[in-house]
Structure formats: structure tokens, C-alpha cells
Ligand binder design. Structure first.
Ligand code: PLP
Length: 492
């Protein structure tokens, strides 16, 4: 350009002097792999739940970014000093809280490679291998879990996103694809049980149907949705001029691992023309085990189904497998095609950007591929069964105690129990004792469990799903529970 300064390359030299060269990766990588190796060797020495107090980590981090680049050694030192005390160790075998987000060495390897490749897999063209591996991985899961043959799958970030995707699709189908264009009518109704995960309520709000149009159907003694109540409510709504749109059935509720009667719910959904979404976020992995496939009886009537390999299938968060029966409804809901995303392959390949909410997508299929190949289905089934047997052992030990009780039958890798010393019958007192017990257990650092309420009672939840958990870890948690109980004074 006439009159402009010639480019000297000076800036680039300055900029680069503090950067790693990509080709020097192997020179520095051992520091990282050694750190990870050390972490894996010592993970059981950490308190499972972080003991950090609010703002502890924040206050230790400088309030501005450094002007000069710092060495990897210094950053790693601060990682140990500042960050690690604020980490709760989800991969600790005594992590039994919430539902697991388990992982594995195979998955960590794949995540490392995924980070190196750094692909953004929004459409087939932006990495054909990512799109086609994802398609294959969903087929592998579909076959291994014996899901209906007409399902097709896509990986989403979370079950919450998949459920929102399902509700948006159900909304469009019910309103003849007019809601995306002109807005959502205020007479659509969605149904789920009182035990359904909060992600459903969140999705009903976000998709514009409105939370007041989510009707929570009562549950029976097993905490499963009562189908007669569902049908009664649908009929009542129709009589009142409302429009039943979608029902959500849960396989493995968060509170008690209850199983909704999918087959009967499916028949009702067919009869009244509702979209049926199945949330099996945690329990879905059990469909890999023939002895648990009864929980999916009636799946052929479902329109969509989600489960999380990032919960109980040794695959790093995030990886949520979402299956739909009629992909044309899904794609019609999400498809929007600006000029810059048009390709000559469109229509002949899977552009997964049309199968969910975000445009940009991580290359999540790689970790699933590493896990499914590295373990093989036989070993995966073996580990799942091992976790289930550890849970049976845990429940038996709880049942042996006069001062504890199981609140529901143990199911899969999940137990729901509470402290109930003899002579204490007052509900509020028992709830307060269980809250105190929970705090004592988690403060001990030996185990991390969580709580919920069942019929108004505070109860403790125990999930045994970390990939490398063994009997000795469950014994350690039992010991932490019982010794923490000894510190309570039931008379107060
Ligand atoms: N559904 C159920 C039954 C769950 O238990 C959970 C989380 O534990 C979710 C949905 C939400 O999962 P995600 O964190 O993948 O959105």
C-alpha cells in the first residue's frame, strides 16, 4: 500500500518470546503428565469436599492479569497452592454426592487429544470425522442399550439442554411450527411427576410454555408417577380448553432413583397426542445390563430419550446422549441457515448444529470412542454390576444398624437412608439430626454425600459410581457415617 509503513515482523517477535512453541510441546508436557499422575496417586489423601471458605480462592488471585508471561513452573506451583484447596474431588472414590460425573484414564487421554485438535464441530464440513464418529457412537450406544431401532442420536452438553431441546421440539410439533415464528400460545401443558428433576421446570419456563403450565403429578409409595392421576389431569385440562403438549417420564429420579411407569405413560401420550420425553440422566447406563432393561419397557412410544455418559459411563463431563424418534421434527425446530453456513453437502450429511441449541459444538464423541473401545462393553457391564453390588453391601450394612434406616429400597448404585435413633420420632428433630450428621460426614473429609427430602423427611443420598471405587472405600464411608453419628446427641 502506498504511503503505509512496511511490515517489520517486530511485534510478532516480541509477542512470541513468552509463548510456548507448539513444536516444543514434548519438552513441557512431562510437567503436566507428572502433575496428573501425582494427582491420581494422591487423590485419596485430599478431603473429598473442599474446605475452602467463600472468597478464599478469589482473594488469593491477583486482581489483574500479568503484563509479562509467567513460567509453567510458577503457574503449577499456584495451581497446587491456590486452586487445589478449592477443588472438590469428584474423582475421589469416596465421592458419593449428587449423581457422579465420573471419568477414566481413557477419557482423560481423549480429552487431551480433543483439546489439542481444538475443533469446533458445528457442521459436517467443520470436521467430517467428528460428525461421523458422533453418528457411530450414538449407534453403538443405541445397539448396546437396545433402544428402539428408529431412534437417532446426537451428543448434547447436558441432560438439561437435551430436555430443553425436547420441550422446544414438542412445542413446535404441537403448534404446527408456529411458535418459533409468532410466539408461544399460553395454553400448552406439560406433565411430569413431583419427583422430576428441576431441569424440566427450568426448560418449561425457558421455552415460553410457562412454569405455571407444568403440572406435577403425584407419586405412589415407590415415588413413581401415578398414571391414573396423569390421565385425569390431561382430561381435566382438555375440558378446560387447554392443550396437553408433552409429558416427561423419569427413569431414575434424582431424589430416590424411582422409575416412572414408561409403558403406561406412553399409552396415555399416544392416546392424547403428547410428546413423550424420557429423562434417564443417571440410570440410563443400566440399560447396558440385560437384567435392568425392564425399566425401558415401552420406550418404543417415546419421542425422545436422554442419558448422560458423563454421569455413570466413565466419560468426562460433558457428554449427554440424546435420542429422538423423528429427527425431521427436531431439525425443523432448530434449523436456521445463514448464507455463511451453507455448504454443498447440506442434506446429504449430518450437520449437528441443527440438532440442538448452540451453533458451536465440542468434539465430544472422541472421549466416548476411547472409553467404549478401551473398556469394551463386557468390562463396562462388569464395572456397573460391581457398583450395584457395592450399593447392596452398603444397604445391608445400614439395615444392620438399629439407629439407621433405609428410606427406599436400594436400587442400582443408589441408596437413600437416614439416621433414626430409637426414641426420637419428632419429624423436625429427626430432620435437624440428619442435617447435622450430613455436615459432620462431609466436614470429616473422608466422604462426600448429599441430601434431599422424601415425604418431608430429610434423608441422605449415597451414590456409588466413581469409576475406581472398591469395597474398601464403601467401608470407609460407612465408618465415616457411623463415627459421625456417634458425635450427635439425639436427646438435643
Ligand atoms: N435429570 C436427572 C434425573 C438428573 O438427576 C440430573 C442431574 O443430576 C439432570 C437431569 C441434569 O443433568 P445435567 O447436569 O446433565 O443437566
Amino acid at each position: 500500500m502506498k504511503g503505509s509503513e512496511p511490515f517489520k515482523g517486530y511485534c510478532l517477535k516480541i509477542i512470541r518470546q513468552n509463548m510456548f512453541k507448539r513444536t516444543d510441546f514434548i519438552k513441557h508436557a512431562p510437567k503436566i503428565t507428572r502433575w496428573i499422575d501425582q494427582y491420581f496417586h494422591t487423590i485419596e489423601d485430599f478431603p473429598v469436599k473442599s474446605r475452602a471458605i467463600p472468597k478464599q480462592v478469589y482473594d488469593e488471585i491477583p486482581d489483574t492479569a500479568p503484563e509479562e508471561g509467567e513460567s509453567l513452573e510458577v503457574i503449577l506451583e499456584d495451581l497446587d497452592k491456590t486452586i487445589m484447596p478449592g477443588i472438590t474431588h469428584w474423582q475421589h472414590p469416596n465421592f458419593h454426592a449428587y449423581f457422579n460425573a465420573n471419568s477414566s484414564v481413557e477419557s482423560v487421554f481423549a480429552e487431551t487429544i480433543t483439546a489439542a485438535i481444538g475443533a469446533q464441530c458445528m457442521i459436517w464440513d467443520t470436521s467430517p470425522a467428528a460428525a461421523e464418529l458422533e453418528e457411530r457412537m450414538m449407534e453403538w450406544l443405541q445397539k448396546a442399550m437396545v433402544l428402539p431401532a428408529d431412534f437417532e442420536g446426537v451428543i448434547q452438553d447436558s441432560a438439561s439442554s437435551a430436555t430443553l431441546t425436547a420441550l422446544l421440539t414438542a412445542r413446535e410439533v404441537k403448534t404446527n411450527f408456529s411458535s418459533n415464528e409468532t410466539g408461544v400460545p399460553n395454553n400448552l401443558r406439560v406433565y411430569c411427576s413431583t419427583e422430576t428433576h428441576s431441569s424440566v421446570e427450568k426448560a418449561v419456563g425457558i421455552c415460553g410454555i410457562g412454569r405455571k403450565n407444568l403440572i406435577k403429578i403425584p407419586v405412589n409409595e415407590s415415588m413413581s408417577l401415578i398414571t391414573e392421576e396423569l390421565e385425569k389431569q390431561i382430561q381435566l385440562d382438555i375440558d378446560n380448553g387447554l392443550v396437553p403438549c408433552c409429558a416427561v417420564a423419569t427413569l431414575g429420579t434424582t431424589g430416590t432413583m424411582a422409575i416412572d411407569p414408561l409403558a403406561a405413560i406412553g399409552v396415555i401420550c399416544k392416546k392424547y397426542g403428547l410428546w413423550l420425553h424420557v429423562d434417564a440422566a443417571q440410570a440410563g447406563s443400566a440399560l447396558l445390563l440385560p437384567e435392568y432393561r425392564w425399566i425401558s419397557k415401552g420406550m418404543e412410544n417415546a419421542d425422545s430419550f436422554v442419558f448422560n455418559p458423563h454421569k455413570w459411563l466413565f466419560t468426562n463431563f460433558d457428554c449427554s446422549a440424546y435420542f429422538v424418534k423423528d429427527t425431521s421434527m427436531l431439525i425443523r425446530t432448530f434449523d436456521i441457515l445463514p448464507e455463511y453456513l451453507k455448504t454443498d453437502k447440506r442434506g446429504t450429511v449430518k450437520d449437528f448444529r441443527d440438532w440442538g441449541i448452540p451453533l458451536g459444538r465440542r468434539f465430544r464423541a472422541l472421549k466416548l470412542w476411547f472409553v467404549l473401545r478401551g473398556y469394551g462393553l463386557k468390562t463396562i457391564r462388569g464395572i456397573l454390576r460391581h457398583h450395584i453390588s457395592l450399593n447392596d453391601f452398603f444397604a445391608k450394612e445400614i439395615n444392620k444398624r438399629a439407629d439407621f434406616e433405609m428410606v427406599q429400597e436400594p436400587f442400582l448404585n443408589f441408596s437413600c437412608f437416614r439416621y433414626k435413633p430409637s426414641g426420637v420420632d419428632n419429624k423436625d428433630h429427626l430432620n435437624a439430626l440428619n442435617k447435622e450428621l450430613l455436615k459432620n460426614i462431609n466436614d470429616s473429609g473422608k466422604a462426600f454425600i448429599s441430601h434431599t427430602t422424601v415425604r418431608g423427611d430429610t434423608v441422605l443420598r449415597m451414590v456409588i459410581g466413581q469409576t475406581y471405587v472398591e469395597e474398601k472405600h464403601v467401608k470407609k464411608t460407612l465408618e465415616a457415617i457411623f463415627s459421625s453419628a456417634l458425635k450427635l446427641d439425639p436427646s438435643k
